[in-house]
Design a protein around this ligand. Structure first.
Ligand SMILES: [Zn+2]
Length: 216
């Protein structure tokens, strides 16, 4: 018998739900805690809970998992601790359950680290592209104010103007786009974004560096 079966041998779904604050009517109907429920639409018996409104469904352990946002295993451990059940968690859990649990933890950790790296990429890229926008604006000002026709500067400026719509488009995706669009940008155009941002910065620095030298 694994830890889940043992826990369910000791407590019913009804007992668990009542223990964590649900007030059951005599017919086992109750307002569902998982959606905004005005009239009791959840039915709980000894074995399971089921909501006719939102479809929430499960057994005693599932209830605690859903209520507290826990894994099935952590929910079982919580019930054991809160009810003081004589169930050992370390050894009575089968190898298969342990493995499944470990895999789940690893996947969760991996997903979290990917998510973290992805959002820092989004933030860094937004700030890089905003810098590019500012440089382009400053370069435009510079050329408006001066009569220079230096070829080297014009080439850099032409490059910046050429990249401007792309930079605006990328910023749009990163600031207001859907997650999937941002993910595609990261996967397909990530390198291109970096390359163009670096080139625009170089061109801008060159133009505005000379500008400052001229002015000084
Ligand atoms: Zn519900």
């Amino acid at each position: 018998m694994n830890v889940f079966e043992e826990v369910k041998k000791y407590v019913t779904a009804k007992q668990v739900a009542e223990n964590y604050g649900l007030k059951l009517s005599r017919n086992g109907m109750v307002c569902c805690p998982f959606h905004k429920d005005k009239h009791p639409s959840m039915k709980i018996d000894n074995l399971r809970y089921h909501c006719f409104g939102c479809g929430a469904h499960g057994d005693a352990i599932g209830y605690v998992a859903q209520m507290f946002g826990l894994s099935q295993y952590d929910a079982a451990c919580k019930i054991i601790a809160d009810f003081g059940l004589p169930v050992e968690t370390g050894n009575s859990i089968s190898e298969e359950d342990k493995k499944a649990y470990q895999t789940m933890c690893m996947q969760k950790k991996y997903a979290e680290s990917v998510q973290k790296r992805f959002s820092s990429w989004v933030n860094e890229t937004i700030s890089q592209l905003r810098d590019c926008e500012n440089l382009i604006r400053e370069a435009k000002d510079f050329f408006l104010r001066s009569n220079t026709t230096m070829v080297a500067i014009s080439n850099g400026f032409a490059y910046m103007l050429h990249q401007e719509p792309k930079i605006d488009y990328w910023l749009d995706i990163l600031c207001t786009g859907e997650f999937e669009e941002q993910r595609q940008l990261f996967l397909i155009d990530g390198k291109e974004v970096r390359r163009i941002a670096a080139n625009v910065k170089r061109a801008g620095d060159e133009i505005l560096g000379r500008n400052r030298q001229c002015a000084g």
